[in-house]
Design a protein around this ligand. Sequence first.
Ligand SMILES: Nc1ncnc2c1ncn2[C@@H]1O[C@H](COP(=O)(O)OP(=O)(O)OP(=O)(O)O)[C@@H](O)[C@H]1O
Ligand SMILES: [Mg+2]
Length: 507
Amino acid sequence: MGKKDIELTSVYEISKLLGASLDINRTLKTTMKFLSVFLDLQRATIALIEDEELVIKAAHGLTKDEIKLGRYQIGEGVMGQVAKSGYPIVIPNVNDEPFFLNRTGARSNIKDQDIAFLCVPIKFKKEILGVLSVDRLFDTNVVSLDDDLRLLKIISALIAQSVKLHRQAQEEKLDLIAQRDALRIELMGKYRIDNVVGRSPQMQAVYEAVHRVSPSKATVLVMGESGTGKELIARAIHYMGPRANEQFIKLNCASIPEGLLETELFGHEKGAFTGAANLRKGRFELAHRGTIFLDEIADIAQSLQPKLLRVLQEREFERIGSEKTIKVDVRVIAATSKKLEALVQDGKFRDDLYYRLNVVPITLPPLRRRQEDIGDLIEFFINKFNLENSRRVSLSTESLKLMLEYHWPGNVRELENAIERLVIMTPEDVVLPDHLPLNIRTSLVQAVSSASGSRQPMPLVQIERSHIVEALGKTGWVYAKAAKMLGITPRQICYKVKKYGIRQDTQ
Ligand SMILES: Nc1ncnc2c1ncn2[C@@H]1O[C@H](COP(=O)(O)OP(=O)(O)OP(=O)(O)O)[C@@H](O)[C@H]1O
Ligand SMILES: [Mg+2]
């Protein structure tokens, strides 16, 4: 190949290279390698301006350590001068040049050879991005430094373009990341509720619903199994809304006998019935301008349902023994752990009342459907009860694992109670599996034997553990026999008993 051909080919190949990859550092490095091979160079270096310093980004013919040393102030040394002025510098023989820095030390061992050094700026339009410099052994017969300079200028223009594009893309990416993070922070702030713990998508949906309904007066029906936090959420809706400074009146429909419930709800006049010695205001009246929380609404007697329906529709009622209609401004939040819809179908709950209550439904997921929240809740309650009891209790890894795997039929309430007990009762600061309530320690076994239809498939480790417990039980804890039964070695069973924290009273 003639000299011109080599030049053309190298420009062509390098332009292809620079356009091909998104990994700019790798591309620059390969470019330097190509250039060195094509032009038979000793060294080729790209240094870019970063934070007002010239930093070697890619090089061929320098070791990694040499590359690390390559940092220059703008204006310092030959490269620094090119970066400052934007004009190329050619040094026919670096050994004659007193102000040649040789910062990387790369040339110190070839002092007796003549080396030419060419350095061109990497410029995009008027902006100086860095410098491209090469070394070549000096041999006037073969080499024309002018030709080299011309070629380097072309290549540095190509490099400039690709560095600039990369930087723009990088800036856009950082911009997008910043925007995303800002949005996330905003969302997290928006959908957080004080003292309500849990980051699962199901709880996020609950927080979002709470944020949407709390400013309004809409009736809310909170549904969920026992202990899932229905009351907590009802209170949050009240305290996050415009009625926060007014009363939050709670009434548990299940705990009050049918005969008394009406009085509780609507109050009575003095002498309304035997024993009604004084006038008594009902909960609806007390909740005026505030919120009434009707807990366990499914348990309200059928005879009372029409009266409740009327208050919900008209916001008016009469005290027992009075003709006078009382008007109230009350927000209603109801809660139920029973399936109201099923009761409606069975004719036990009026459908018109159901629709009045079910304006905005919020369903709290059971803990076993949002296992990712268990860790956060454990931490929250441990901190809370440690603080209350001036203790510093923490869970051992094994205990934590058992708690995370437990299916918590009593949901958050069960978890909260379990941790309170542990914090108060544990003798040491670290809770070991032995300290855990029996049902948590043995839950895995129960999970196998009950195998209730609704539960999700059991993890393999749980199945394995339960088989081992069973085999040990059947063989009277003789490891050798149990191992034989399971087709494993006594050593293996011994190891697994330790691993799963199985104890003889695990039945
Ligand atoms: N997400 C949560 N974060 C923190 N604490 C919670 C959470 N959910 C529930 N709790 C706590 O668990 C306990 C039970 O919650 P709550 O009384 O609101 O449940 P519930 O659904 O009304 O239960 P029940 O049906 O038994 O009345 C409370 O002490 C509450 O503060
Ligand atoms: Mg409750």
